[in-house]
Design a binder for this molecule. Structure first.
Ligand code: ATR
Length: 301
């Protein structure tokens, strides 16, 4: 089994299998994809359930997605996970998209069934499960005011989840303010009880929002690179804040370092990865995911 497969590999797909002879019937797609922890997590789940197949990484971007999906179907794949930058482009190639994924405008899990392709989005439920698992103490999407950084694919899923769960107040802050405004207008329609406020992405405005918000969620790319500065500084945070960064690699972003310095409760995105993956597994196989095996494979404590 290769570390990464390409479209060329799919075009010449023969008896591609793992070292133990199990066929590859699941894939995680994105570009770049080498850092994905999905194989580690999902292969532990497959093994734990005695399912005779494995998942591999595929470096496939939006341009090759249509062709790749035809080939996956031809080679009897069961399902796919999608990551950046494929989550939106995939919408063009699916036979059915579930209501939640449609409203978010992005798909991160695909199931092949009866010659048809079904799309879902498990990111919102993934962060919800993560927070309910207690990774951030008693933090809650349904009871606490939330400051959400970002307005891209991941933020759209999280913002919708906050509204679905009845979050009383949602502050949205994005580098490109118009995107946050567009998202705010959509989210206001999901639940009238959720008050949505757009906040400029600059220190003064963020500090002000943090006097009202208790839970902070970063869903921007800021923090992925080691030299990225935190969007929020320690003096805007207190011990009463709870900070979740959807980034898990690096494990400690600049934002989480600021949270720690302020005495806030904080966690990285490994638990969101875990729970969105568990939900994808359940969609692929119509059975409960072996969460303990997946958790152990990711070394989530
Ligand atoms: P994803 O699907 O992971 O959410 P995305 O849709 O590309 O990815 O969204 C990336 C998010 O990170 C966006 O909110 C983006 O802000 P813009 O809408 O202004 O592009 C945000 N982002 C990326 N680089 C950033 C930076 N250097 N500073 C602040 N925000 C940044």
């Amino acid at each position: 089994m290769k570390e990464i497969y390409t479209l060329a590999d799919l075009e010449n797909w023969g008896e591609e299998s793992t070292e133990s002879g199990l066929p590859i019937r699941l894939g995680v797609l994105g570009e770049p994809i080498e850092h994905s922890l999905s194989p580690q997590m999902q292969n532990a789940a497959l093994e734990s359930c005695g399912l005779q197949m494995r998942l591999a990484r595929f470096a496939i971007g939006p341009r090759d997605l249509g062709q790749a999906l035809k080939l996956f179907a031809r080679h009897h794949f069961v399902g796919l996970s999608l990551t950046v930058p494929d989550k939106i482009a995939v919408l063009n190639f699916l036979d059915e998209v579930d209501e939640n994924a449609w409203a978010i405008g992005a798909v991160n899990a695909v199931r092949f069934q009866g010659g048809r392709l079904y799309g879902y989005n498990t990111d919102g439920a993934g962060i919800s499960d993560a927070i309910r698992s207690g990774v951030l103490g008693d933090a809650s999407l349904s009871r606490w005011p939330v400051l959400l950084l970002g307005a891209g694919g991941a933020s759209r899923a999280i913002a919708r989840q906050c509204a679905l769960e009845g979050c009383p107040k949602l502050f949205l802050s994005n580098r490109t303010r118009e995107r946050a405004e567009k998202l705010a207008a959509e989210i206001s329609k999901v639940n009238e009880a959720t008050t949505v406020t757009v906040v400029d992405q600059e220190p003064g405005a963020l500090r002000q929002a943090l006097t009202g918000a208790r839970l902070v969620i970063n869903a921007t790319n800021v923090g992925l690179r080691p030299d990225d500065q935190s969007l929020i500084s320690r003096d805007s945070l207190t011990r009463d804040h709870f900070v979740y960064d959807t980034i898990y690699n690096p494990a400690r972003t600049a934002l989480l370092a600021e949270a720690e310095a302020a005495g806030a409760v904080f966690a990285n995105g490994l638990t969101m990865l875990l729970y969105q993956g568990a939900r994808a597994f359940e969609l692929w196989f119509d059975r409960k995911a072996p969460i303990d095996a997946m958790r152990a494979a990711l070394d989530v404590t």
